[in-house]
Design a protein. Structure first.
Length: 643
């Protein structure tokens, strides 16, 4: 990580300071400043879907780069920031981390860092996914960054831990005002990541780091920056806008953060959404932007800054305009994304070798499948794709517990569909055709670098786990017509299906949990007829549940795990377990038995949106009464499900 200098008291980095004296106070000076921002890039550099092995027009920093160049040409007084989750969370990020483990690759420049250096980012903050492969991998990646990295609420606690970021930045820039005079601005930058990062990445960060409350950190730090001479304070907030803004250590607090005195501009992210919206372009009266994900949009904030004659008053934001500029749009006729801009050819050339290496690695054969493996209906019924992951987890678990007393326990496997539409759009599904399987199919089935963990749980805890999962559905009144089935606040990766059990979901009951896992209806009971091997589950019955490191650490608030409940941990990623399972002799995917479903509600229908390709897959779910209706403007196809 490259910075020019640091102020010891505050940990500031000061860049590009010219020693020549400049005129710093001109009566009623007015200056235009443009803030450009990306967020949640997740190492999506090119417009390419490595799982599907095809072009994806709606992603790729190489195309956002074209928007960056255009925006800079319109306004030379520009700064470029990234709001976190830029290194990991994609096939490319995982691949670079994997090959970087070898001694021969320790000096390799991360392609995402190379791309950001090429685009001359002024600064970046860290997101939670930056830690997905551990502090060592993160440190190696950031050492070559030509831009400073700020993480104001991150505290490294391990003895001898390498510095990966600074607490705040004070950037010095000489800019041209409206009268053509040079004005020197001192721009403070603070950055925040979710406090839950230490939970989600517990296996990497336990005893290594702490993450403080976002809003309290801002209250403490911003007055210090103002006292140090900051003319403008910008927050890079890897945190969403919604949620309980007053809850200490809350995940999505960008609205509350914007209200902190002394803060001028906020860049939000983490939730993969777009801001501004038609309802407004500010947060608590402050200019704000949230620029989508995977490079889908460039955030642009145009500030009009005014400096009064009295130099002690500094600069103020007199006016602002915010917008997001997309790299693609959906064709009204086909529903497919269509590119609005071309790639930056220099950036494409810069990462071409990494791109080719990953594609070659991804095409290595690992097996065959006699049936298609897709996630189109994984929120409605059992899925062969999830069934395969569940079996891979169980096989690894049985091997790990062989010849131990726990091997005699009833074994279950919890899995969730990582790709099932939602904010990722209608292209966000696993869709592997029957036939040859290659490595990229394994990472398509299991997209996150989690590892296998097994818990010993009583029956009542297993049923509570399922109640948390099925809170994804809206409550449906008997006799309702075309009611919305899925609560869009719940991502599909929070919908765990437990293999080894049979059960039904009573949608007439309210959801017991909210999106964060807080119990809001303690008496609600949607899970009915839950059985293990045909017998009802007893509250005190002992089970061994295969899950993942994210869940075990409390990810999404499924449960609070006691250390004594953890009976097995794998050092292998779930991706590698799935790949090994597919490579083993005689292990072929098979049609999934519908071991769970909804309690029938005659005369009741609900709406379900899915990939248009799901129409051709309807024969895979003959037990569901699904009617295709129409394609929506957002590219999803709407279906009617008869309950």
């Amino acid at each position: 990580m490259a910075t020019d200098s640091k102020t010891a008291a505050l940990g500031h980095a000061e860049q590009n300071a010219d020693s020549t004296d400049r005129a710093t106070s001109i009566a009623a000076a007015v200056l235009q400043l443009r803030i450009l921002a990306t967020s949640d890039l997740h190492a999506n550099i090119l417009a390419w879907d490595y799982h599907a092995n095809k072009i994806c027009p709606s992603r790729g920093l190489a195309r956002t780069a074209t928007l960056i160049a255009a925006a800079r040409s319109e306004q030379p007084n520009s700064l470029l920031f990234d709001n976190g989750d830029f290194l990991n969370g994609s096939a490319l990020g995982d691949h670079i981390a994997h090959i970087g483990q070898g001694a021969a690759n320790t000096a390799r420049l991360h392609p995402m860092i190379a791309a950001m250096n090429h685009l001359r980012y002024d600064a970046a903050t860290l997101g939670n996914h930056e830690f997905s492969h551990g502090l060592g991998a993160l440190t190696r990646s950031l050492r070559d960054a030509a831009f400073p990295v700020v993480a104001s609420n991150l505290r490294l606690t391990a003895q001898g831990a390498a510095e990966i970021s600074v607490r705040s930045l004070l950037l010095t820039r000489d800019l041209i005002d409206d009268a053509g005079h040079i004005q020197r601005l001192r721009i403070a930058v603070v950055g925040f990541l979710p406090p839950q990062t230490t939970i989600w990445e517990q296996r990497h960060l336990h005893g290594q780091a702490e993450v403080d409350d976002i809003v309290q950190t801002a209250h403490d730090l911003i007055p210090q920056l103002r006292a140090a001479g900051a003319d403008l304070v910008i927050a890079l907030s890897h945190s969403g806008i919604g949620g309980d803004q007053s809850d200490p250590f809350a995940e999505n607090v960008s609205l509350a953060l914007a209200a902190v005195a002394g803060l001028d501009v906020i860049v939000a992210g983490h939730t993969h959404t777009i801001f501004p919206t038609p309802g407004g372009d500010d947060l608590a009266g402050k200019p704000a932007v949230m620029p989508g994900f995977f490079g889908s949009h460039l955030g642009v904030i145009d500030l009009t800054l005014q400096k009064l004659a009295d130099a002690t008053t500094g600069w103020r934001v007199a006016d602002f305009r915010t917008q997001t500029r997309p790299i693609a749009a959906r064709d009204a006729a086909s529903g497919h994304p269509v590119a609005l801009v071309a790639d930056d050819p220099a950036l494409v050339a810069l990462v071409a070798q990494d791109h080719d290496d990953l594609r070659a690695w991804s095409d290595h054969p690992i097996g065959t499948t006699p049936i298609a493996l897709h996630s189109f209906f994984a929120l409605l019924t059992a899925s062969p794709a999830l069934d395969l992951i569940a079996e891979a987890q169980l096989q690894a678990l049985m091997q790990g517990l062989a010849d131990t007393p726990k091997s005699e326990f009833a074994m279950l496997s919890a899995v969730a569909p990582f790709k099932a539409g939602g904010r990722g759009g209608p292209e966000n599904y696993t869709a592997i055709p029957a036939g040859r399987l290659v490595r990229r199919n394994a990472s398509d089935l299991y997209v996150h670098p989690n590892s296998l963990v097994a818990l010993c749980l009583p029956g009542h805890a297993v049923l509570r786990w399922l109640e948390r999962s099925v809170s994804l559905f809206h409550q449906i009144t008997p006799g309702a017509q075309d009611a919305d089935l899925i609560n869009p606040d719940f991502p599909s990766y929070d919908f765990d299906v437990i293999y080894g059990l049979t059960y039904r979901v009573d949608l007439t009951q309210p959801a017991r949990f909210d999106r964060r896992g807080t119990e809001v209806a303690p008496r609600a009971c949607r899970i009915v007829d839950a059985c293990y091997r045909g017998a009802p589950i007893a509250p005190d019955q002992s089970f061994v549940l295969a899950t993942n490191s994210y869940r075990c650490a409390g990810g999404s608030g499924f449960a609070e795990m006691r250390p004594d409940q953890v009976i097995f941990k794998s050092f292998q990623s779930n991706q590698s377990l799935v790949e090994a399972f597919l490579q083993s002799d005689g292990q072929l995917p098979k049609p999934a038995a519908p071991h769970w479903g909804f309690v029938p509600q005659p005369g009741t229908t609900v709406l379900f949106d899915c990939d248009p390709r799901a129409i051709d897959a309807l024969p895979d779910v003959p037990h569901l009464r699904l009617d295709p209706l129409h394609r929506r403007p957002d590219g999803f196809h709407r279906f009617r499900l008869h309950l």
